[in-house]
Write a protein that binds this ligand. Structure first.
Ligand code: BMA
Length: 336
């Protein structure tokens, strides 16, 4: 096998060209591997009157433009999922009507609340995973759509308690794979990343431990997968969040790790430092201060340009940019 860290020009990102990726060059003189969009946040807390906050949301390419599933907490503070569309990935129209999932077995279909969606194009459709309330507990809800109009719910992936379900964008060795983070029923004070396999998107097994918390302080309490992993010639690039338990509450930062292409429960490299921590006013102030929480990444494969959507302070949604080859080079220099 080749070295996990070739010179940047040799890194191949697997995927399509996305010449219209939302993008802003790194500010001159800024040494950051990940840099923020200067007009953040891109989605305000109230894109429609009933919304208290719009954050931790998932964006994909759709018909040459962009679509997404957005976490909007309503003014009654129930966590809901909404569909949204954008021509440029920057200005978003979010449907004020929440998504109504159809087709699920009536025993699991009763909608209570849902949050932290991820969306992936897989084979011939978009799959949505989210933290789904079932029997008063969090588990991973799963649905699919082809048009972002009709959403077909299928079985919950796991027994409670579980959060941060993130699908890989293709089958690996004939199986669908999903990252997740077993949790508790509250603000879980622990959590590692696991991966599970399924032949049919219904029955999940072969559970493997991927990565543990505690590599360094910012990820000392718990970690969870973020956007859909990005396939590269060196391995799966997995952006993930990590939580520090400070004397004043939880602090959510994020970084990137590299997983083996064939056996993604094998970590090729995990970093000691974060790539981004809450530092701007919109990340440090809001309904839950000090939270940066990535849930989606767009990639232009030929150039390696990457745009990451992340929730800020459980209130608004922002954009950050990086280059895949630079992240891998950074990871090599900063691996634990
Ligand atoms: C986690 C999830 C996220 C949230 C974070 C910080 O447990 O609920 O949706 O962003 O806490 O409140």
């Amino acid at each position: 096998m080749s070295s996990p860290f070739l010179a940047p020009s040799q890194v191949k990102v697997v995927g399509d060209a996305l010449p219209n990726i939302p993008w802003q060059d790194r500010p001159a003189g800024d040494p950051s591997v990940v840099w923020r969009y200067t007009h953040n946040p891109v989605i305000p807390r109230n894109p429609f009157p009933e919304s208290n906050s719009a954050f931790n949301s998932a964006v994909v390419t759709f018909k040459g433009k962009f679509a997404g599933v957005f976490r909007c907490d309503h003014t009654d503070r129930n966590q809901e999922l909404h569909v949204g569309f954008s021509d440029d990935g920057l200005k978003w129209n979010i449907n004020p009507q929440k998504i109504k999932f159809i087709g699920a077995d009536p025993d699991i279909a009763k909608w209570v609340l849902g949050y932290d969606p991820r969306v992936v194009w897989l084979e011939d459709r978009y799959y949505i995973t989210w933290c789904n309330a079932y029997a008063g507990t969090p588990t991973i809800g799963v649905a699919w759509t082809k048009d972002f109009e009709t959403f077909h719910q299928i079985e919950n992936a796991f027994l409670p308690f579980n959060r941060n379900g993130v699908l890989f964008p293709r089958k690996i060795n004939g199986k669908y794979l999903m990252l997740s983070r077993p949790s508790d029923n509250g603000h879980t004070p622990f959590g590692d990343i696991f991966v599970s396999a399924s032949p049919d998107m219904t029955y999940w097994g072969c559970h493997r431990h991927v990565m543990g918390r505690g590599i360094s302080q910012w990820q000392g309490l718990k970690i969870g997968a973020g956007p859909i992993p990005i396939e590269t010639s060196e391995g799966w690039l997995m952006f993930y969040h990590g939580v520090l338990q400070s004397c004043n509450g939880y602090v959510y930062s994020w970084s990137a790790a590299l997983l083996d292409l064939e056996k993604p429960w094998k970590v090729i490299a995990a970093p000691r430092p974060y790539l981004m921590s809450p530092q701007t006013p919109y990340e440090c102030m809001g309904d839950v201060p000090n939270v940066t929480f990535p849930c989606a990444a767009l990639v232009d494969a030929p150039s390696g340009r990457c745009a990451i959507y992340y929730g800020c302070a459980d209130t608004v949604t922002s954009l950050a940019f990086c280059r895949v080859d630079e992240v891998l080079t950074w990871l090599k220099a900063n691996k634990a």
